[in-house]
Ligand binder design. Structure first.
Ligand SMILES: *Cc1c(COP(=O)(O)O)cnc(C)c1O
Length: 425
């Protein structure tokens, strides 16, 4: 693997960009490596500035479910772009994307488009607070909801203690409205409701967690949250920015039959362009401005190019229904990785749902943040670097999800499995 140009570009970037990257995980810090700089991508293949090519299992952190530079998406983007790139005035495209989302996600009657997942969560929380007249929000340790101030609250504060900010710059007064519970622990949530029930505006959760590595919520847990929220007149927010249109057409809600009051989407619905969305029941959504008093706005919200890419992506997913094939291929890959590691005597756990999975270097089941963080991150770092050298690009952290796309084939899976066989840990 050649690295000279990548290294030069990183040095150059570091002079003008904090840490040389525009999002922290891209720096490869947790895997003890220096970042690669991408020149171009097509299908599953990434090519870096040194000309190295990689099979991509990160897919821009999830959005590229059709692979890179998908022809139908690019055609739609080019056609739209030629007519101008932003008007700040409504377009029919926005209604089309909204209609597709409403048709796909059972709990969504109306949807507002924004420019990122973070923005979607920020709005969802404001909306929940505005709708309930309450301030507190329950979140789960290990769930990531973008870099919204009140969501940057870490684990370890104990079940009923108030959240402490996990980043400088977040006022304690913000974080104190965030209540923390362990993922998959309904008893802990019950205790929070016993104590703060009439102050809790919402419970927010990734119904399939992708940001502590893949961790699935138990169906009984999600159902329990639904019941608790109903009983206490709190809202249930599903952050499906990763899982929406990834684990199934219509997301986790479709898969498990538990409905959220508010859903946040992003990633896939922008087809590789910046986007986010907040959707929910009409009675809640009507509280957003200009219909209601909860303020929300955005200069580039519903940008025609982003929306066109999203529509083209969702159309292909709808017409081709790739989900069963994606899942079968992912299960096949995970099974083979597991067999190889078992034969090598390397302790591990693989969590998989649909076309997303995480290989944890952890002998025990991973069901929440505590168990996830007991994984051997040094081993993961070594695994990552060896796979990178072998031309396989994995997420550069133990606590992230791997994704497959419709551009992945059995041939790519075979090459990946062959690379795993060569790994020494
Ligand atoms: C990626 C992600 C976000 C943040 O989305 P951005 O577009 O990066 O702001 C929020 N929630 C979840 C579950 C995510 O995976």
């Amino acid at each position: 693997m050649k690295t000279r140009t990548n290294e030069r570009l990183f040095t150059q970037a570091n002079k003008v960009i904090p840490g040389g990257v525009n999002s922290p995980v891209r720096a490869f810090k947790s895997v003890g490596a220096k970042p690669i700089f991408i020149e171009k991508a097509k299908g599953v293949m990434l090519q870096d500035a040194d000309g190295n090519r990689y099979i991509d299992y990160c897919l821009s952190w999830g959005p590229m479910i059709l692979g890179h530079a998908n022809k139908a998406v690019l055609d739609e983007v080019k056609k739209t772009m030629a007519k101008g790139t932003s008007y700040g005035i409504p377009t029919a495209l926005e209604t089309t994307l909204a209609e597709m989302i409403v048709a796909a996600v059972v709990s969504i009657d109306k949807v507002r488009l924004v420019s990122s997942g973070t923005e979607a969560v920020m709005t969802a929380i404001r909306l929940a607070r505005g709708a309930t007249g309450r301030d507190k929000v329950v979140k789960f340790a290990g769930c990531y909801h973008g870099h919204v101030d009140h969501m940057l609250v870490q684990a370890g504060s104990g079940l009923t203690t108030l959240g402490a900010p996990s980043s400088p710059g977040v006022p304690k007064d913000f974080a104190k409205h965030t209540l923390l519970a362990p993922y998959n622990d309904l008893e802990a949530v019950k205790k929070l409701f016993d104590r703060h029930g009439d102050c809790i505006a919402a419970v927010i959760i990734e119904p399939v967690a992708g940001n502590m590595g893949v961790v699935c919520a138990k169906k009984s847990f999600l159902k329990g949250l639904r019941t608790l929220c109903n009983k206490n007149k709190s809202l249930l927010i599903f952050d499906e920015v990763i899982s929406g249109f990834r684990v199934a057409w219509g997301g986790v809600q479709k898969l498990l039959g538990v409905k959220a009051d508010i859903t946040t989407l992003g990633k896939i619905i922008g087809g590789g362009f910046p986007i986010g969305a907040i959707g929910g029941k009409a009675s809640i959504m009507r509280r957003l401005s200009p219909e209601g008093a909860v303020y929300q706005a955005g200069t580039l919200s519903g940008n025609p190019v982003c929306v066109a890419a999203g529509i083209a992506t969702l159309k292909q997913l709808k017409t081709t229904n790739p989900y069963p094939r994606l899942e079968a291929m992912t299960i096949g890959l995970c099974t083979q990785i597991s067999e190889i590691l078992n034969a090598k005597g390397i302790e591990h756990t693989i969590n998989q749902i649909g076309s997303m999975f995480t290989l944890f270097f952890n002998p025990h089941p991973v069901t929440d943040y505590d168990t996830a963080t007991k994984s051997d991150t040094k081993k993961y770092a070594s695994y990552f670097r060896q796979m990178l050298n072998a031309g396989i690009y994995l997420p550069p952290s133990q606590f992230e999800a791997n994704f497959l796309s419709t551009a992945h084939t059995e041939g790519h899976v075979r090459r990946t499995v062959a690379a795993v066989r060569q790994v020494e840990l």
